[in-house]
Design a protein around this ligand. Structure first.
Ligand code: BDR
Ligand code: CA
Length: 327
């Protein structure tokens, strides 16, 4: 018999509509073992993010997974939240019941340090919000960089336009100093920028495939993404919504979904019009070695179909478990 051990992951997140979709994808994937959610400011306040994370876990019957509260603002920059994109509460029109569970009392930075150092080389981190928690953890415990197995970051726009300024992507714009620390930390990084995520548009047709399932999960996704779709329509003339964070999550065990280049990448922190802009040295002009693998091509339909299938499987699994509990 083949032995199969799931990949151990921690998700650092600012939940957030597409963060919620990424968390559900992780819970739907037997290839992964989610060992914690660390919450950071970003799409909504950190306190709202904690509530959202706990409620999403309860929705998916995964309330055993620990949630920890992290930083409430960027390292240097003023706070910037995204109610126009994700709604006042962070989950669009979705209204999940208030959670019964509570976050751990530990700070997210200490949680990340403790969990990773207790299993050096074994834990993968998926960072799908501003990188404040991770940067602060690296400053507090520099050995963290050597102990992380791999880091997947949803962030940056390499050849793509920005989604927050004409040049910068949200996660790197909100805390560019944190991104700078993490990019130069020596952790093996896979960057998942807007270049690939903006090709992955979840549409009404995808949601319709989930509609027949009498599970609260498709209903949640529909209510949350309705707001997100209105944002994309109004601000970017996109029919549907870009699911950035689930792509970064999927690449942890489906690397075949993207094409990559090893590149030296940096982020602008000089405070001008390029603040938060990520840029890559494609022609080796700096002479600096590559510091990350960057996803620059994506199998769009394969990813979107995969996402929908996994959400459907999770919904069916939870329905079956409910029936078994009742029976
Ligand atoms: C990123 O910013 C947020 O709006 C999303 O959750 C995603 O992590 C995309 O720029
Ligand atoms: Ca996010």
């Amino acid at each position: 018999m083949l032995s199969f051990s799931p990949k151990r992951i921690l998700i650092d997140t600012d939940p957030g509509i597409d963060d919620a979709a990424a968390i559900l994808l992780a819970l739907a994937s037997p290839e992964l073992r989610v060992e914690g959610l660390s919450i950071v400011h970003g799409n909504c306040s950190v306190d709202q993010g904690v509530t959202n994370a706990l409620s999403i876990l309860e929705l998916a019957q995964a309330a055993h997974i620990p949630v920890v509260r992290g930083c409430e603002r960027p390292l240097v920059q003023p706070s910037l939240l995204a109610p126009e994109t994700h709604g006042q509460m962070g989950l669009g029109y979705a209204q999940l019941p208030p959670p019964h569970t509570k976050p751990l009392s530990q700070h997210a930075c200490d949680f990340l340090i403790e969990r990773v150092l207790s299993a050096p080389g074994e834990i993968t981190i998926v960072a799908i919000g501003p990188l404040t928690n991770l940067a602060l953890a690296l400053r507090k415990e520099p050995r963290l960089a050597q102990a992380v197995k791999e880091l997947f970051i949803m962030g940056g726009a390499i050849r793509h336009e920005g989604n927050t300024t004409p040049l910068a992507e949200f996660n790197t714009y909100v805390d560019p100093h944190a991104a700078h620390i993490v990019f130069h930390s020596g952790i093996p990084i896979t960057l998942v920028p807007l270049d690939v995520t903006y090709q992955c548009i979840l549409t009404e047709a995808h949601l319709q495939k989930l509609d027949p399932l009498p599970s609260p999960i498709p209903a949640f996704l529909r209510q949350a993404t309705r707001y997100y779709m209105e944002f994309h329509d109004q601000y970017q003339a996109i029919a549907g919504c870009v699911i950035n964070d689930p792509l970064a999550l999927a690449l942890t065990f489906r690397p075949d979904l993207c094409d990559y280049q090893e590149l030296y990448v940096d982020v602008d922190i000089s405070g001008g019009v390029c603040m938060g802009k990520t840029f890559a040295d494609f022609y080796h002009m700096t002479g600096k070695p590559a510091n990350m693998r960057v996803a620059l091509g994506v199998c769009v339909n394969a990813f979107l179909d995969f996402f929908v299938q996994r959400i459907a499987t999770l919904s069916r699994k939870l329905l079956n478990e409910e029936v078994e509990q009742e029976g």
